[in-house]
Write a protein that binds this ligand. Structure first.
Ligand SMILES: NC(=O)c1ccc[n+]([C@@H]2O[C@H](COP(=O)([O-])OP(=O)(O)OC[C@H]3O[C@@H](n4cnc5c(N)ncnc54)[C@H](O)[C@@H]3O)[C@@H](O)[C@H]2O)c1
Length: 295
């Protein structure tokens, strides 16, 4: 898809981060926007920003885990815009927890939003995309290319998005269906995903959260521009950021050795975080006990 001017673009999870940045960039390029999010405040802010740029834009409250609601959303978008040219299944959440420490309901939440949300969006909008000879974009992650400890649910969901989307790409080829497909693999991007992430019951996850936020060198705006570049070039795999490119190359070149090296690095990091947490607890204890001393 070369020129997005006048095209109808559907984006889920558009109230924050990459979804919002994509919407604003597309508004500036003259696209017509059907934006949705489960959080109405963020969605309102994004639609207002797009409207300010002169774009035709509508905001729809939508929970992507609700299959019937996503189907109804596709019907509504067809009624409001006449169809859809580009659909970006972007809504996503994160959970920092090892397999033992994760609560079952949190694992389900990640799979429901990150995987089933993508399946619902793809199935509901595919007929509109076929009619428009459009483009489907599903957002995976570099954690759909390699694994990381304390990311079991997120890894499972993002690998599933990769498998699902690349198989859809093949089905379009085999069936001669005129829909192009991209799967996006961002590295760490500075967004709210780290702050809104749920955590397991263990200690030390706040440290990991902070590290994620610190390591995120790419802004949401830069990620959005890279994704749109990939869409224009009709790339099947859109890899965003130097960290994701490194992960892609190393995991393919080194295979399981890469997993071992990552595990070793994570072990060193975990002991550093445990030591830091212990130091914090000791410091807090010292402050409490000095507060109890008589003047
Ligand atoms: N930020 C990163 O480092 C990074 C890296 C790789 C992949 N991703 C992926 O990029 C996508 C966007 O994430 P982001 O970083 O912009 O995060 P974000 O938290 O800034 O935005 C995610 C949006 O999804 C919405 N959302 C959550 N649950 C929803 C639901 N059930 N229904 C509808 N909307 C829902 C949130 O309200 C939020 O507005 C996600 O799929 C995420 O997994 C992000």
């Amino acid at each position: 898809m070369k020129d997005l001017r006048g095209k109808v673009v559907v984006i889920t999870g558009a109230g924050s981060g990459i979804g919002r940045a994509l919407a604003i960039e597309l508004a500036a390029q003259g696209a017509r926007l059907a934006l949705s999010d489960v959080a109405p405040d963020g969605l309102d802010r994004t639609t207002a920003a797009c409207a300010e740029l002169g774009a035709e834009v509508r905001g729809y409250p939508l929970d992507v885990t609700d299959m019937a609601a996503v189907q109804a959303h596709a019907t509504q978008v067809r009624a409001d815009f006449g169809g859809a040219d580009l659909v970006v299944n972007n809504a996503g959440v994160n959970l920092l927890a090892t397999v033992i420490e994760a609560r079952y309901e949190d694992v389900r939440w990640v799979l429901d939003v990150n995987f089933w949300g993508v399946v619902h969006g793809t199935r509901a909008f595919l007929p509109l995309l076929v009619a428009a000879r459009g483009h489907l974009v599903n957002i995976s992650s570099m954690y759909g290319l390699t694994t990381a400890p304390a990311q079991t649910a997120y890894n499972a969901a993002k690998f599933a998005v990769r498998g699902f989307t690349e198989a859809v790409w093949q089905e379009m080829q085999v069936g001669g269906v005129p829909v192009t497909v991209s799967c996006v693999y961002p590295g760490n991007v500075r967004t709210d995903i780290f702050t809104s992430a749920r955590t397991g019951r263990g200690l030390g996850y706040d440290g990991i959260r902070e590290r994620f936020a610190q390591e995120a060198a790419v802004s949401a705006e830069a990620a959005a521009r890279a994704i749109l570049r990939g869409i224009r070039r009709n790339q099947m795999r859109i890899i965003v950021g130097a960290d994701a490119r490194r992960v892609d190359l190393s995991s393919r070149l080194l295979g399981t050795l890469y997993l071992r090296l990552r595990a070793r690095r994570a072990r060193a990091e975990a002991s550093r975080l445990r030591l830091a947490a212990m130091r914090d607890r000791l410091a807090a204890h010292r402050v409490r006990s000095s507060g109890h001393r008589r003047p």
